[in-house]
Ligand binder design. Structure first.
Ligand SMILES: [Zn+2]
Ligand SMILES: [Zn+2]
Length: 159
């Protein structure tokens, strides 16, 4: 048996959750790069930690992204994986392009986004992003699951 703490972090870093995004979620450490913050925000979505996602928005965006709405979105999705495409960081601005795969109901969805981050009071925060549209894929129960497990959808990520 492995616990979440000891198993590989959901951000795909190959480190344990404990040595990776958990420190950021607990607030014992702060992200030193925008990519690190982005990864920890993805893991927070996967773990339904809406408060962390809220807190890592720039202050000006927090009002339009209430914790309740973040939680509703996170709870309605089954997250599969994160792939970071590229990251570019400057003194106090950064952008990270990534692709997140998740299921929403019986749709396989991909969020392909180039996010903008800025430093606010010395901390990396999510500002906004440009979304590249990806068509959702309808999955039937007997299809192979798009998560890559090789199993049928009904025996894998089906609701
Ligand atoms: Zn991580
Ligand atoms: Zn699956």
């Amino acid at each position: 048996m492995t616990s979440l703490t000891n198993s590989n972090c959901l951000c795909g870093s190959q480190h344990s959750y404990q040595d990776c995004c958990q420190k950021l979620h607990l607030g014992t450490e702060q992200a030193t790069t925008a990519e690190q913050l982005m990864r920890s925000r993805y893991v927070a979505y996967a773990l339904k930690n809406a408060k962390y996602i809220y807190q890592t928005y720039v202050q000006a965006k927090q009002a339009e992204n209430p914790v309740k709405e973040i939680a509703e979105f996170a709870n309605s999705c089954r997250f599969i994986k994160l792939a970071v495409v590229s990251a570019e960081q400057h003194e106090s601005t950064a952008d990270v392009e990534f692709c997140v795969s998740y299921f929403y109901q019986n749709l396989f969805c991909q969020l392909h986004e180039k996010s903008n981050f800025i430093k606010e009071a010395g901390l990396w925060r999510y500002l906004d992003g440009e979304i590249f549209p990806v068509a959702d894929l309808k999955i039937n129960r007997n299809d192979e699951c798009p998560c890559g497990s090789g199993k049928k959808y009904k025996k894998c990520h089906s609701v």
